[in-house]
Design a protein around this ligand. Structure first.
Ligand SMILES: *Cc1c(COP(=O)(O)O)cnc(C)c1O
Length: 356
């Protein structure tokens, strides 16, 4: 073994150790029971797993850790490698954190519309931001930037579904079923998760099948996303305008979205997502992000359906990130009116669904 090789090996060993030590210092995220008396009386319990409490504020903390370990063990990242990623923001925040942990430069390629708060956080973690005009331009730009810098394009949209250990190893699926163990309906009838990369729905779907649970996976898809049409047709060449709900819904069929692992899709209008985001924020006493609103729309639809058919059970979803990231946008009444129009009718519908 020559000197440079043993130096590379030492760097790699140390990089993996740093990520594992960071994990060792971390706690699992809480599972929050929602207080919805009307559904509880019908034997239906709703839960949210609070993924906003990771050190980088979203479920993408899990993904970023997995992507770094996967790329390190594959030999794709070495000392000094510039990490480049295409993102709508949350993944870039989490990857900037891990890049700094390893002393690596990080560049996020994102649509210009990305929340300024996410840009601030990427820069806070030592990363830099590179903007494109449209969401469908992030992929080519990230790949080209990685080539120009001699860096590594992380490519979450391809690798999310395979970088996570789907059989367990404390993945989100294993954690969910453990945390539900003492509830009155410990095996959820439904787990509801929006799809950005599709990695979370794939991991949960695989894990549930592997453990032979009866749980079904429902993906609520925001209007403008391609996933619902792809789910119906199976045509991976489809494209769409793209989503207006940050973090979920895509303009192209992402390789990590595994259609066969999804039992049901529900198309969610943007105003419903915003109205549900507000209603849920009021219910919890703290603000949630818009993709969590989309999840809540899906949960309420399934809960109503279960009640109507006399079925009891639990429904679980994710609090993907906190609303603090979206105070000047989705949580600002003027911004919402300008971007989505009048939400009041949707608000009445969601409030009625919660109360009924
Ligand atoms: C990425 C993301 C999702 C969707 O998760 P995937 O595993 O990528 O499908 C949902 N909400 C937010 C805020 C996200 O950043």
């Amino acid at each position: 073994m020559n000197a440079s090789t043993s130096h590379d090996t030492r760097w790699l060993d140390n990089a993996i150790l740093r990520i594992e030590a960071d994990y060792q210092r971390s706690a699992d995220t809480h599972l929050i029971p929602l207080r919805l008396p009307a559904f509880a009386a019908a034997g239906i319990d709703l839960y949210l797993k609070d993924e906003s409490t990771h050190p980088t504020g979203s479920l993408k903390h899990r993904l970023a850790r997995s992507l770094f370990l996967y790329a390190l063990c594959n030999g794709w990242i070495r000392e000094g490698t510039t990490i480049v990623e295409a993102s709508s923001g949350s993944t870039a925040v989490s990857e900037a954190y891990f890049a700094r942990l390893l002393g690596l430069p990080f560049i996020a390629v994102m649509p210009r519309s990305t929340s300024p708060e996410k840009v601030t956080q990427i820069e806070f973690h030592g990363g830099s931001c590179h903007f494109v005009e449209r969401a469908d331009q992030v992929y080519d730009e990230a790949r080209a930037l990685a080539e120009r810098t001699g860096g590594h394009y992380m490519d979450q949209f391809t690798y999310a579904e395979r970088a996570t250990d789907w059989r367990g190893n404390n993945n989100i699926g294993e954690s969910i079923f453990q945390q539900m163990a003492r509830e009155r309906h410990p095996v959820p009838a439904w787990i509801v998760v929006g799809a950005g990369t599709g990695g979370t729905s794939a991991t949960i779907g695989r894990y549930a099948r592997y453990r032979r649970h009866q749980t079904q996976v429902c993906v609520p898809d925001p209007e403008g996303s391609v996933f619902a049409d792809y789910y119906a047709s199976g045509d991976a060449a489809l494209t769409a305008p793209g989503s207006r709900i940050e973090g979920i819904g895509r303009p192209r069929v992402e390789p990590s979205f595994i259609r066969e692992l999804v039992d049901r899709m529900i198309v969610v209008p943007n105003i419903d997502s915003v109205a549900a985001m507000r209603a849920l924020s009021a219910l919890l006493g703290r603000k949630v992000g818009p993709s969590t609103g989309t999840n809540f729309v899906g949960m309420l639809a399934l809960a109503q359906e279960m009640r109507d058919s006399g079925r009891q059970g639990s429904i679980l979803s994710l609090l993907c990130d906190s609303g603090e990231r979206y105070l000047p946008s989705y949580h600002d009444a003027d911004w919402v009116r300008q971007n989505f129009g009048d939400v009041s009718e949707a608000q009445r519908r969601i409030d009625a669904a919660i109360a009924a």
